[in-house]
Write a new protein. Structure first.
Length: 213
């Protein structure tokens, strides 16, 4: 899994003025917890773009005060006025200590339902899992090849090595649904199939006078 390298600058002055000056220089305030102590620091706004503005899950390698810390993004705060990123919470990854994260789902293969004329309908974009750091991955790949028309793959149907899925087991992750056109064709075919007995009735009625002669 890809790790984005960041250069951190320890934040010693926590006054509002110092924070304002740092932001004017293109820096973002951060906090990292989960380890021995909580650490406050700055990173450049430009350097975190590959970590924040992506659908993929990535780790961060933060060089800080002569040490490198492996962490994941736990929370993002944006300015309500400018919609600009202003603060990042990092959770440090320590040994085998498990963490709870949301990992993106990726669908692999072409389902039987799609081959039959249906469409794939994603229901969940992410799953919440509890995992050791070494088991974390960029995406949770789910094979949909056996998914038939009108069926679902639910959370209870999937498993990933080294992970416990926290998301409710009955939730559908993806479905193969019947598009409107196919539904209309099936609906139109049903009356046509039932029309044969009705068509035969007039012929039977016409035959009765002939029998009386």
């Amino acid at each position: 899994m890809e790790a984005v390298k960041l250069e951190g600058i320890l934040r010693t002055d926590k006054s509002r003025q110092a924070l304002r000056e740092a932001r004017e220089k293109g820096l973002i305030a951060c906090v990292m917890y989960g380890g021995e102590k909580e650490t406050h620091f700055f990173v450049s706004a430009k350097s975190v773009k590959p970590l924040v503005y992506t659908p993929d899950f990535k780790k961060a390698e933060i060089a800080l005060d002569g040490k490198t810390h492996l962490a994941i993004v736990q929370d993002l705060q944006f300015s309500p006025v400018e919609d600009k990123l202003v603060h990042i919470d990092f959770l440090e990854l320590i040994g085998d200590k498990k963490v709870t994260v949301d990992l993106p789902v990726k669908f692999v293969g072409v389902s039987k339902g799609v081959r039959a004329g249906g469409k794939l309908l994603p229901r969940l974009r992410k799953l919440t899992v509890k995992s050791a750091p070494n088991a974390l991955r960029a995406t949770l790949d789910i094979n949909v090849e056996e998914l038939e028309l009108g069926k679902h793959i639910r959370v209870r149907d999937v498993a990933f090595e080294g992970m416990e899925i926290i998301t409710a087991k009955n939730n559908p992750i993806v479905s193969a649904f019947v598009p409107r056109q196919l539904k209309q064709e099936e609906a139109a075919a049903k009356p046509a199939a039932g029309a044969a007995p009705a068509a035969a009735a007039p012929a039977a009625a016409a035959a009765k006078p002939a029998a009386k002669k």
